[in-house]
Design a protein around this ligand. Structure first.
Ligand code: PEP
Ligand code: MN
Length: 364
């Protein structure tokens, strides 16, 4: 149920409605809008008797929300959610594209700084990198843990980028929440409901990656889990799904971008790195992502991808990332978006594309 307040309703009237909802044993979620506030009700098993709320001062109407997801839905909030980051002009969901870039995993201070210097210079406002890695094999590099988080904090200090890193379980979530500016929940954990609920109790933005075989509704319901706990700063991320196609690691489902925008007010960014698994497809799919209306890109970049401890095959060389940004800068204005300026940390070298590619040319 959704209680729509009148445009001139006072804060006190909104508070009274929230208190009433609580006294009925449900959870109120006030959603301020441009013209008026709405209060979404969750925690009700059946239908809430509207009569009790209908008559309260400041209430315009009480409407049923028929979709299974409520807080993520555009039905309860018409305006796009724009997530901002104190101390920077970076936003996710606003007219400016959010550019998140960095290695798959933090491997050392030297590696992180070498990559951070380049992606920051190219215009990335967010540095990505895993300190806790969910690996298919227990024998693969699992991440540096807290040391990795400390390195990321140093990167933030040095380059002014906000940091994005993954929490893989309830234990790592606590530490990640201390260090990170954005907490990533990975594809493998998209339906780890206890982790989602815990992330919902943290007051930091959550980047929620789509599960490998999640439908749009399952994806949105996962976001609903986070929001139902009171954390409304959720960024969705399309990173490809499993299909029969084997020319790429995953099939990047770009049609989910306009589908999400239609149903939800939440921002959605695209990860063309995991979405393709192949370096030579990352830039073309980044162009397509921006053209289709994505709110940002999250891209893996490595200065020595042949030596990377994870996902080297899909990591761009820094020069290729420069070229990606140059291309995105041309496409963005066509769809009414702006792109962060080239950074202030070092002079920009002439853009040259290093097309060195470890993938044999016969590979698709
Ligand atoms: C990652 O971002 O490095 C990662 C593991 O992503 P995903 O959860 O999408 O596989
Ligand atoms: Mn990766």
């Amino acid at each position: 149920m959704l209680v729509v307040m009148q445009a001139h309703a006072t804060d006190e009237q909104v508070r009274a409605v929230c208190q009433k909802i609580e006294s009925l044993g449900y959870s109120p979620h006030p959603v301020p809008g441009a013209g008026r506030t709405a209060v979404c009700i969750t925690g009700n098993k059946g239908e809430v008797e509207p009569g009790t709320l209908d008559e309260m001062p400041g209430v315009q109407e009480v409407i049923r929300v028929t979709k299974p997801y409520k807080l993520v839905s555009r039905d309860i909030k018409e305006e796009n959610t724009v997530i901002s980051f104190p101390g920077t002009d970076a936003t996710i969901g606003g007219p400016g594209l959010a550019i998140l870039a960095g290695p798959c995993a933090i491997e050392s201070r030297e590696q992180a700084f070498a990559i951070a210097e380049r992606v920051s210079r190219a215009g990335a406002q967010f540095f990505r990198g895993g300190a806790y890695k969910p690996r298919t094999s227990p024998y693969s590099f699992q991440g540096l843990g807290e040391e990795g988080l400390q390195i990321m904090a140093e990167v933030r200090e040095q380059f002014g980028m906000k940091i994005v890193t993954e929490a893989i379980d309830n234990e790592s979530l606590e530490l990640v929440a201390e260090y990170a500016d954005v907490i990533q929940i990975g594809a493998r954990n998209m339906q780890n409901f206890s982790l989602l609920k815990r992330a919902g109790r943290v007051r930091k933005p959550v980047l929620l990656k789509r599960g490998m075989s999640a439908t749009l509704e399952e994806f949105l319901m996962a976001a609903e889990y986070v929001m139902s706990e009171g954390n409304y700063q959720v960024i969705l991320c399309e990173r490809g799904v499993r299909t029969f196609a084997d020319h790429t690691r995953n099939t990047l489902d770009l049609s989910v971008v306009p589908a999400v925008h239609r149903l939800s007010h939440l921002p959605i960014v695209v990860d063309p790195s995991h979405g393709t698994g192949k370096r030579n497809k990352v830039t073309p799919m980044s162009r397509a992502s921006v053209a289709v209306g994505a709110d940002g890109l999250i891209v893996e970049v490595h200065h020595e991808p042949d030596k990377a401890l994870s996902d080297g095959m899909q990591s761009l060389y820094p020069d290729q990332f420069d070229e990606l940004m140059a291309q995105v800068r041309q496409i963005a204005p066509v769809v009414g978006r702006t792109v962060p300026a080239i950074g202030r940390h070092a002079p920009v070298a002439a853009i040259s594309v290093d097309r060195t590619d470890t993938i044999p040319s016969s590979a698709p």
